[in-house]
Design a protein around this ligand. Structure first.
Ligand code: GTP
Length: 367
């Protein structure tokens, strides 16, 4: 049976103009410790998202805004990222890679990777999923003649993010890194740093070369201190989520399946084997070569390539990485299972479980 995946938008290329004067840097060198165990063998920038390397979405977002070249700033497991992304042409991008000798922090890494001949830069954290129209951010950046523009997004609970306060015209006034829960009711806004910046050369020049530094703790305060024109762009209705921990990684998949993410997926036909008595809903996504045996069921889930469900196995609201096997009668609910794992017969993998690659769960277990 052939299952294609979702919509494709064909018109956008004629609508954008190429921005050769802008150079993009994607920060993709973090260790991704909060996303362990998924990031033990797979660095965060290429963890599968809807069965594609995560960075695919960012590269396509840049290209949709006319930014066709991107430098990937790497540090942790760089070779795996280079192998997965290649020259970027699959994602309508021309990609080059810069690997730091030691992790230099977010702004130190940007300085190390930035093309010195450019005047305007767009910098993305490599772990955010968003359908923002970057062209609009560029437009505002230019209209306000900003030295720096930071994208903000309003969140319910800002305590694990960097909060940004602005004046009524959107000028950035103050940063508050990870506000305390007891201070939240007294905050002027709940707008946080969305990890997307447009920066002029004047900002690059503030960053020391070959030194560890962070945008959040060093460079943004320095921009304010120097009195540069520092603006914000509020995302508004768009989709935004960071995938930095397993809960948000799973949620991002659920949002995609629910149609909440305004991004296109390529239409790649896959060959999968579904027994007549197996049941599959319309929202689930399958990788090449999945096998579903009689009376197994998949609901609202993403299965990577080569995943096998034996008789009466059930997978629901979950993400299963490639080549894993769910044995007969096992049930997986609301969980993320790493690559080449084995879930034993009649086991119950309950909501919130996260298993790394090659996990083996013995028969009749409950997690
Ligand atoms: P945790 O270890 O879970 O905190 O994740 P992380 O290492 O990715 O750190 P964090 O989420 O704060 O990083 C935000 C973005 O910056 C991610 O896309 C990281 O890949 C990237 N990043 C963080 N530190 C560095 C660094 O030293 N060098 C480079 N090149 N990128 C970095």
């Amino acid at each position: 049976m052939i299952f294609g995946c979702l919509r494709i938008r064909l018109t956008f290329r004629v609508l954008v103009f190429i921005m050769n004067d802008v150079s993009a840097v994607i920060l993709a060198g973090g260790k991704g410790t909060r996303l362990r165990p998924l990031t033990v063998f797979t660095p965060k920038p290429i963890v599968p998202m809807m069965n594609r390397p995560f960075l695919a979405f960012q590269l396509e977002m840049l290209s949709a805004a006319g930014v066709e070249k991107a430098v990937l700033s790497l540090s942790y497991q760089p070779n795996k990222i280079e192998d997965a992304i290649g020259d970027g042409s699959q994602y309508r991008s021309k990609v080059s890679f810069v690997t730091e000798p030691n992790p230099l922090g977010t702004s130190g890494a940007f300085r190390f990777a930035a093309d010195e001949s450019s005047h305007t830069f767009v910098v993305l954290n490599g772990d955010i999923l968003t359908d923002i129209d970057l062209a609009k951010v560029f437009e505002q950046h230019r209209n306000t003649k900003a030295d720096a523009t930071i994208v903000l997004v309003e969140v319910e609970d800002p305590t694990r993010y960097g909060l940004v306060e602005t004046d009524d015209d959107g000028r950035v006034e103050r940063f508050l890194e990870k506000p305390k829960a007891e201070d939240v009711p007294h905050l002027r806004s709940r707008n946080i740093n969305a990890g997307i910046y447009i920066l002029e050369r004047s900002v690059l020049d503030l960053i020391p070369k070959n030194e560890h530094s962070s945008f959040e703790f060093n460079i943004f305060p320095a921009i304010l201190e120097k009195g540069l024109n520092f603006r914000s762009y509020l995302l508004g209705d768009g989709y935004w989520r960071d995938i930095g921990n397993p809960t948000s990684y799973l949620h991002a998949h659920m949002d995609f399946l629910a149609g909440k993410v305004g991004l296109d997926l390529p239409e790649i036909p896959v060959q999968i084997e579904i027994a007549t008595a197996a049941s599959v809903d319309r929202s689930s996504l399958f990788g090449e070569g999945c096998v579903l045996k009689p009376n197994s069921a998949v609901r609202n889930s993403v299965l990577g390539p080569g995943v096998m469900l034996e008789e009466k196995a059930i997978v629901e609201n979950s993400v299963i990485w490639g080549h894993s096997r769910i044995a007969a009668g096992a049930a997986v609910q609301g969980s993320v299972i790493g690559r080449s794992s084995f879930i034993g017969r009649s086991s119950s993998i309950t909501k919130g479980t996260v298993l790394g690659d090659k996990a083996t769960i013995p028969d009749y277990s409950v997690t």
